[in-house]
Ligand binder design. Structure first.
Ligand SMILES: Cc1cc2nc3c(=O)[nH]c(=O)nc-3n(C[C@H](O)[C@H](O)[C@H](O)COP(=O)(O)O)c2cc1C
Length: 193
């Protein structure tokens, strides 16, 4: 089983990154191989809304190619974002927008239209959402729920925290980091099952 962490915070080794890493450590302890990608390190162009959805992929060739490979190859993905203005960070949003090309319209006999993912492999995902003074880190979940079918991913769990709730920076909470480790172990076991 291979699990990839995708970190959408620009701040390495801070809250989002630390919690994603603890989840990955737990996955590793359950026998998974792991990798981690910092979206902020990639050269990512914003979606230009060309709306090509014929399975040929995005018209741009840039850092997103690495992410498209993850969508095809990983068994599990840990998606970590800080909360910025009650939604995901711009790095995460950019990755999501660039997934639009992976949806394929299918016309039903009734004339209606549904969308399927052109990504072959079905995957599971965990969302890590880290806020500061706000108290609603779950605000990102509807965004992930809307996006995840495009890449053939089912969100099965989440770690949702804010400084407002914990009273200290999430990365300073040993209890939270232990919980993230356990969730990682459980996640990898669920992938193997
Ligand atoms: C541009 C910006 C917008 C933010 N908006 C929110 C917000 O709406 N709600 C919230 O709880 N925290 C907000 N924060 C605080 C971050 O979510 C918080 O500091 C988080 O821990 C950052 O994660 P990091 O340590 O991985 O960088 C914002 C921070 C920035 C830089």
């Amino acid at each position: 089983m291979h699990v990839v962490g995708i970190v959408a915070s620009p701040r390495k080794y801070k809250n989002t990154d630390t919690i994603v890493q603890r989840l990955l450590d737990g996955c590793e302890a359950s026998g998974a191989t792991v990798g981690k990608i910092y979206l902020n390190d990639l050269d990512l162009r914003p979606c230009q809304a060309c709306k090509v959805q014929d399975g040929s992929g995005c018209v741009f060739r840039d850092g997103m190619d690495q992410i498209y490979d993850v969508f095809e190859d990983a068994d599990g993905i840990v998606l970590g974002t800080p909360v910025y203005y009650n939604t995901v960070s711009s790095q995460m949003k950019l990755m999501m927008d660039r997934s639009y090309c992976l949806a394929r319209p299918v016309v039903l006999p009734s004339g209606g239209r549904i969308y399927e993912s052109s990504v072959g492999k079905k995957k599971k995902g965990i969302v890590v959402s880290v806020g500061g003074s706000g108290s609603n880190p779950d605000c990102v979940l509807p965004v992930f729920d809307l996006w995840s079918p495009e890449v053939n991913l089912v969100i099965v769990d989440s770690v949702l925290v804010t400084r407002a709730q914990l009273g200290l920076a999430p990365m300073e909470s040993a209890e939270l980091l232990e919980k993230a480790f356990s969730k990682g172990e459980e996640f990898a076991r669920s992938l193997a099952a």
